[in-house]
Design a protein around this ligand. Structure first.
Ligand code: G1P
Ligand code: ZN
Length: 543
């Protein structure tokens, strides 16, 4: 078979972020764009000849086309074996698991996570290394540098692989295995969770709905919840991965999964409702008439995790991203667990997981994971919640209310200002950073600033300190405001403002969230002067 070096010229904008390369589909469709990026990845890796590469994506528009290109390039670059999900489908956690299971060199995951799909939507390519997790920042930078000078990529001229047929094919010396997308992941979940306990729980007739949002988790949820655990057929809704996610924005939160929220808050609504995002790493949990904030969910998972057999005696530490509410801290203190507050981005958790410092981690942005694999994992989180409910016999709301009674409640909310002009967003960040220098001791209504400034993270394994462009304003009594710019958007800028207020008075555990946070929101408006810089009075998406 003919391996050809095809001449190419650099594109100017192949800069990678923490979640790989994420851009509009129209950008990816430019001739040679994917080839340049994938070859740049391969050019920065060493020692993959003859090794295994896992390939799969969330089924969004351009998934299969990209996979066919990548397979041919992997052949030309001399990988030894490719394992690809049937029809190109693999959720991010399933791909991560396959990397570990097959001791693969790494994997290429095609997804733009929770960003919209379709021909006008977003696409993305992410490289995960042998740990199963995202490639480290240093490698991503190297790849970006490589994209700037690349002048050729390697390609073979061979017909497209039939991805619909499960089985092994050989092309030259390359072995290509098309595998069932769900089998291995489902088996792994069975090793982690007590499926008999969960089967009995479903037998009791619990009303359960899982919304796959027309994205990747449909086949996983149908197999695990309906077939293996005996949940009622049809309880998995929007269960077929579609190129445009059927027009849904596959981001499980109160705004984009409103249809599910409405269902949970209806008269005969489900006892337990859950959803996952485009590529299956995020999750949302609802009870009947009840929403579980992801920060509370993480704290509750920490409290109960050792009830799940796989974790018995293994909960050696926990982590949350720094903007995630401090609800987890109270559990860590009560259990005497080391707690790490990391910058946003899974790679920080990845390093803690790799170094066995933590067994559980999560984010306010509807993501959580554990030592079971080096990515966040939506279906895993839902199974963990089901295990808590099955074990305690309590409802979702009871579990959360009891948690608040025991540890107090940290009211929290994220206000997202989307589609800002980049210059305006930077101006607000600059202004805020300047303001923080003189904030200590200042009074905003009943709130007194204790400390303010940029967030510094010290890596516990290397002891290297890093100052991040994240503004934190801490008030006495445990209230705080955190402001940062999103790193995952595909156009313009998104500013995220995170609010926390701790309440231990048991008479105030069920107040309105936004009203409770109103004085903090007012303080942010005053300190940031956001209206002057951006013209915005309110956030676009509040979660
Ligand atoms: C967002 C979330 C962050 C998450 C990331 C990838 O990043 O806020 O918690 O790790 O997506 O799913 P951001 O857009 O805020 O940079
Ligand atoms: Zn995702």
């Amino acid at each position: 078979m003919d391996i050809k070096a095809i001449k190419t010229k650099p594109f100017i904008d192949q800069k990678t972020g923490t979640s790989g390369l994420r851009k509009k589909v129209s950008v990816f469709r430019q001739s040679g764009y994917i080839e340049n990026f994938v070859q740049s990845i391969f050019d920065c890796l060493e020692g993959f000849e003859g090794k295994t590469l896992i390939i799969g994506g969330d089924g969004r528009f351009y998934n299969e086309k990209a996979i066919q290109t990548i397979i041919k390039m992997a052949i030309a670059n001399q990988f030894g074996r490719i394992i690809v999900g049937q029809n190109g489908i693999l959720s991010t956690p399933a791909a991560s698991h396959l990397i570990n299971k097959h001791e693969a060199f790494g994997g290429l995951i095609l997804s733009a996570s929770h960003n919209p799909g379709g021909s006008d939507g977003d696409f993305g390519i992410k490289f995960n290394n042998a740990s199963g997790g995202s490639a480290p920042e240093s490698l991503m930078q190297k790849i970006t540098e490589r994209t700037k000078v690349i002048d050729r990529y390697w390609m073979v001229d061979t017909p497209d692989i039939d991805l619909s047929k499960i089985g092994t094919q050989t092309i030259g010396t390359m072995i290509i295995e098309v595998i069932d997308s769900v089998d291995d992941y489902a088996e792994y979940m069975q090793e982690i969770f007590d499926f008999d306990l969960l089967k009995n729980y479903f037998k009791k007739g619990i009303k359960f709905v899982f919304d796959a949002m027309n994205a990747v988790t449909g086949p996983y949820a149908k197999r695990i919840f309906e077939k293996m655990l005996g949940a009622k057929e049809g309880c998995v809704i929007h269960d077929t991965p579609m190129p445009d996610f059927g027009g849904l924005h596959p981001e499980p939160n109160l705004v984009y999964a409103k249809h599910l929220v409405d269902m949970a808050y209806s008269e005969n609504g489900p006892d337990f409702a859950a959803a996952s995002d485009g590529d299956g790493d995020r999750y949302m949990i609802l009870g009947h008439n009840f929403f579980v904030n992801p920060s509370d969910s993480l704290a509750i998972l920490a409290d109960y995790l050792e009830e799940i057999p796989y974790y018995k005696g293994r909960l050696y530490g926990v982590a949350r991203s720094m903007p995630t509410s401090t609800a987890l801290d109270a559990v860590a203190t009560a259990k005497g667990l080391p707690l790490y507050a990391t910058p946003t981005g899974w790679k920080y958790f990845g390093s803690l997981l790799d170094n066995k410092k933590i067994a559980l981690c999560g984010e306010e942005s509807f993501g959580a994971g554990s030592l079971h694999l080096n990515e966040k994992d939506g279906i895993w989180a839902v199974l963990a919640w089901l295990s808590i409910l099955a074990k305690t016999g309590k409802t979702v709301e009871q579990v959360v209310q009891e948690h608040w009674q025991k540890y107090g409640r940290v009211y929290c909310s994220t206000h997202n200002y989307e589609a800002l002009e980049s210059d305006d967003a930077n101006a607000v960040m600059h202004h805020l950073t300047e303001q923080t220098k003189t904030l200590a001791g200042q009074q905003f209504g009943d709130l007194t600033v204790e400390q303010a400034g940029l967030f510094t993270y010290t890596d516990p394994t290397t002891n290297i300190a890093e100052e991040l462009p994240v503004v934190e304003i801490n008030f006495s009594g445990g209230s705080r405001i955190i402001v940062r710019l999103s790193g995952t958007g595909s156009s313009g800028a998104t500013m995220r403002v995170y609010y926390n207020k701790t309440m231990t008075d048991t008479a105030h555990l069920n107040d309105d969230v936004q009203e409770t946070l109103a004085d903090l929101i007012a303080a942010f408006n005053q300190i940031s002067d956001i209206k002057r810089f951006t013209g915005r009075e309110v956030a676009t998406v509040i979660t």
